[in-house]
Design a protein around this ligand. Sequence first.
Ligand code: GLA
Length: 506
Amino acid sequence: MADRTVEVYRVQELESVLDSLYGTSVEGATERYANLINDFKNKYGVAPEFIGRSPGRVNIVGEHIDYEGYSVLPMAIRQDTIVAIGRASDLNVHVATLAPGLTEEEFTIDAERIGVALHTWVDYVKAAYIGVCKHLQRNSSTGLNLLIEGQVPQGSGLSSSAALVCATALAILGLLGETVLQAEVAQFTAECEKFVGTESGGMDQAISIMGELGKAKLVHFNPIRTEDAPLPKGASFVIANSLAVSKKAEGAARQYNMRVVECRLAAAVLGVKLGLEPDDVRAAQSKMLAGPKGSVTGAEAEVVKKYLDKEKYTQAELEQLLGVELEKMFEGNNNQLDELWPWCSGFNLRDRALHVYSEAARVVDFKAICDSEAKQDDEPKKLDKLATLMKQSHASCRYEYDCSCEELNHLVEASINAGALGSRLTGAGWGGCTVSLVPEGKVESFIAEVKQKYYMAKLEAKKLSQKDFKEDGKGGWEPVVGWKNVIFASPPGSGGAILDLTKFAS
Ligand code: GLA
């Protein structure tokens, strides 16, 4: 579906709207929204006019291939960011958050004058504002008051940044009275992350905006559109946070952007070796994107191994092969140019390309299995096949894409030992969460066992930060943020929405 507009709810009473947004996980939502509205009034002296909300996501399969143009298969989760907005009396955007310890900020409504560089959370708000202005080709004509509350844990690989950017953009669009297509918002919010320094693809924003209650989605790019991926019955997806923090816009950004660069280079070298004009780097890239034969098959792995025969390529070797200076090739893109600094000891093109091709094929296979008509007694077989793809995906992320870490590998191992059929890292990696496919009836025992086999075992071995845990009053330990925020089953949640509060008498 590419042509749906973002849902705008004209709120007269909160309950029914929140029921549609959260379905069976609505508990606590009314109080949360009422608190946001009240806190906004206390802070700015007037009621908010709109709320933008957008969720985090968990990627089930298809890691690090969205920026290559390949389709991915994520679902939105229940945890989201909500942003209340109203008009300000001056020409600034005032931003405040309900999260403890985060400072308030303000910036001008003149998008041209906003600098985004520091990697504080407000940069994502600024990026969203700039994105909206660029998309509408105008600034807001009034100042804005914003109050933000977010439940997607940061640095967990569940896309807290996309939830913040998308919810902010939706709040602003609501206030400006703009009717927008979901795909348009998904597209421009994906560009917003680039202002903050990460060359990410469009998966997080697409599913945050286009997610649907009860449905995982196959997301296609160029242009962004989605198909439903019916998840088989009898299985739950359990998300577990390794508690190793993966901050895409900080440490992991370097690694992330490096992978983007390596993939572009791999595509370019393959293109040249497959007989494209050596200086036509762009064409070489699209040749890889489509797959050498226009589709993704096992044959690509052979092509990759044959033509990308070195373990690592130096800048000089690549420039000779491609007949172009890399600085020229990446001109105009500072996030990617940064990765060419002398500290870089070489580019691992073969392994990265092997991951991209095999992962893209796994997404196609996963969707085909989801779609296949299965008789009731075939469902377990379906689950096994999906689980195998998830395991393969983790191995490929670990060994070929090198985006895992010790904690994630232990957590995946502990999850399989605790009864998961399949388990893998989810999101950018280098920390953050895993997603495990667990038979429905076993979720509780699975979670109980992972608590012991991963969290408690690691805590005892002093391999997890003691600061993340507190005594549970029963002689044991629990995460400071509570177990339900660290390991939980997640049915697919709904996507971004705008709540119009102008007729709401609170
Ligand atoms: C991050 C990016 C996404 C995607 C994933 C890895 O979440 O924002 O675009 O590349 O990493 O699959």
